[in-house]
Design a binder for this molecule. Sequence first.
Ligand code: SF4
Length: 216
Amino acid sequence: MRYNDLNESIKITWHGVIRSIQPRTRVWRYLTDNRTHYHIGYNIFLMGEGEEGLTEFCVAISEKQQQKDAFQIGDTIKGTAWTKKYPEREFADYYRAGALTIEKRAVEPLATACPWTGSLPELHVYEERGARMLSKTQWKGKCFTCMWAAMSNVEIQWDFDRDIKKYRFETFCYGPKSCKYYKMGRARSVPYRDRGSALDTGWLDGLCTENRDWDE
Ligand code: SF4
């Protein structure tokens, strides 16, 4: 990945094989009073060539782009995209993707540890289901190919009066609560100016997913 000194975006071309597709989300946090998830597209994780020969990278695409081509794990695709202007706010390596082309469809689904692969749900489905915090180790491991896993761009409202935010990335799961791979991981601290951090110990997960049962 490459950024110039002025922090400007650069248009690049890329191609690669899809290793995973997950929802692209933004999460707004305010202490432990509020955790709001916004569903803004999909992140495609690829193995291939991006800027400067990067071999593993992530491209953000829109819901319309995913609906049009129904990308799936194992497809070989190419396109254009832009490097990110604010790396601390955006997990994907590239965004504003365009000229997406399928070079080769996956012949058969790749074998994965995770049972939740296949046609991706539309974004409203994620919105309705809600998410629980997911251990980053699980996200990187058994959950990586799962359609219910997400690496979110998180903004923490650190000071309301001056509208100052802090940014980081967090992992979440939209899948069935009964999934055998689920681990919450450690509680997450949510800092605020002149106060100690509040700890999100998981009770917000209950609120966020209260509309579904254990096996849904
Ligand atoms: S824990 Fe969640 S993200 Fe991981 S495999 Fe199960 S449903 Fe998917």
